[in-house]
Design a protein around this ligand. Structure first.
Ligand code: FAD
Length: 429
């Protein structure tokens, strides 16, 4: 069904926007996606490709603030704050710290687990509906620890996962078992955890393109446009753009790390920041990777992408405008060479992407604070691919007036204080 005025406009053609657009379309609605940079390399095309359904532990976990200063002392370590951004990020860090307290953390684990379960079911449905099975690799994940102390420190998190029926195998001082799961690792690794139900896309860029093709093939509209402001009224929403305004019955705001700018144009102040991440994709790794590898103490992963291997991770709290510091990608690659001694690291392509992140590691999914016809769907941090299909079903429930299968309170846009501005900002800043 295509009408001049779409039922729904989705702002943002990343994995959240496209998954949501497909779900809305499946429910019989006319959907237009607007994207300002259709050929760009957003977080959704360059990520590590993991459906990390077992990652129910939010980053803001008890003890993190004791570990963080050590990481921050190393300017090229797994967590960094460029001095030029330190003041800007301080309020977000304060909320992150509060979210790591035991009382809040327990609730966040519950919420994360509920969204993971919803997402896994929704993804399997999406894969069947779109024949996307060949775009997945079901090979599990091996999480590696440097030593007994760091393995033991992780056990609490594994207990949390057990409570949510996540299947895993703990490997304690057993290099033979590690070598069986992944030959070719450096002998230092004696402690690990294996999550067999974890899976990956064969290539995040290909997955993203496939979602877009499915959406277009089913009659969806995809327009290049830069949304500048949202103007809701009782029975519709106007999206102001650089060109003519676009009118719709509902708007889904899925603009990744830029979403809060558009929310501000309606008078909403949401503590969205970006955790910038880096990676290098190696075209000819000459390493037979059997499973997704995560190096828990170093904040990076090694994953198969197409015929190559992608090495990446790290968190740089540096905002949207500072230039990338690709030394971070170099450092991760150096570590990968040490941990996988046979790896051919020649000819790699470096990339930096913007994870859209809230202080409590939970996304924002819910009606806008100021306008019922605008649904927020952003802030998925490290887990946007993983939670894309589940987010899509919840957003579609809100648009179509169906009661969502899980409680949405933990993801509400107004869960942090001072969420309303006295006056809307007239334009995206
Ligand atoms: C290094 C790295 C590794 C990662 N690995 C994984 C992983 O293995 N598994 C996982 O689940 N997640 C992973 N993530 C996180 C995941 O990539 C993100 O959470 C996810 O891609 C966010 O999707 P999105 O659609 O919200 O945002 P994006 O992909 O950023 O898409 C938002 C889109 O909105 C557009 N846009 C913004 N503003 C406007 C506007 N005003 N008008 C029009 N268009 C606009 C942008 O151009 C962009 O294309 C990783 C991220 C990084 C950086």
């Amino acid at each position: 069904m295509n009408t001049a005025v779409p039922d729904v406009v989705v702002i943002g053609g990343g994995v959240i926007g496209l998954s949501t657009a497909l779900e809305l379309q499946g429910r019989g609605l006319a959907v237009t996606v607007i994207e300002r940079d259709p050929d760009g390399h957003s977080a959704s095309t360059g990520n590590a490709g993991a459906f990390a359904f077992s990652d129910v532990e939010p980053l803001a976990a008890p003890g993190i603030m004791r570990r963080a200063p050590g990481w921050l002392l190393d300017p090229l370590g797994p967590l960094s704050i460029p001095p030029a951004y330190a003041l800007r990020i301080a309020p977000w860090m304060l909320r992150f710290w509060r979210a790591s307290w035991r009382d809040r953390h327990a609730g966040a684990v519950q919420a994360q687990a509920a969204l993971m379960a919803q997402s896994q079911t929704a993804l399997e449905r999406l894969v069947t509906a779109t024949d996307a099975g060949p775009l997945l690799r079901r090979e599990g994940q091996l999480q590696l620890y440097d030593n007994a102390a760091s393995f033991r420190a992780s056990l609490n998190g594994w207990e949390n996962r057990r409570a949510h029926d996540i299947t895993f195998e703990l490997i304690e001082d057993n290099p033979a078992r590690i070598a069986e799961l992944q030959p070719g690792l450096d002998a230092r690794f004696r402690f690990a955890a294996f999550t067999p139900d974890w899976f990956n896309v064969t290539d995040p860029g290909q997955w993203h393109a496939y979602l877009r093709d499915c959406f277009l093939a089913r009659g969806g509209q995809f327009r290049r446009a830069n949304a500048r402001a949202l103007r809701p009224s009782l029975d519709h929403v106007n999206v102001e753009t650089d060109g003519a305004p676009i009118r719709a019955g509902h708007v889904v705001l899925a603009a990744g790390a830029w979403s809060h700018h558009l929310a501000r144009t309606m008078g909403e102040r949401l503590p969205l920041e970006t955790e910038r991440g880096y990676n290098t994709t190696l075209p000819d790794p000459r390493f037979r990777q059997k499973t997704h590898l995560s190096f828990a103490d170093h904040g990076f992963v090694v994953t198969k992408v197409g015929q190559g291997i992608r090495v990446g991770g790290a968190v740089e709290l540096g905002g949207l405008h500072l230039p990338p510091n690709y030394r971070r990608a170099d450092v991760l690659l150096d570590k990968a060479k040490a941990f996988l001694p046979g790896l051919n690291a020649q000819g790699g392509t470096q990339w930096m992407g913007f994870r859209p992140s809230m202080p409590d590691s939970l996304p924002v999914i819910g009606r806008s604070i100021t306008a019922a016809r605008i649904i927020h769907a952003f802030g998925h941090g490290h887990l946007g691919l993983t939670q894309s299909a589940g987010t899509a079903t919840l957003v579609a429930d809100l648009v179509t007036g169906v009661r969502p299968a899980i409680a949405l309170a933990p993801y509400r846009p107004d869960r942090f204080a001072f969420a309303r501005l006295a006056k809307p900002h007239l334009r995206e800043n």
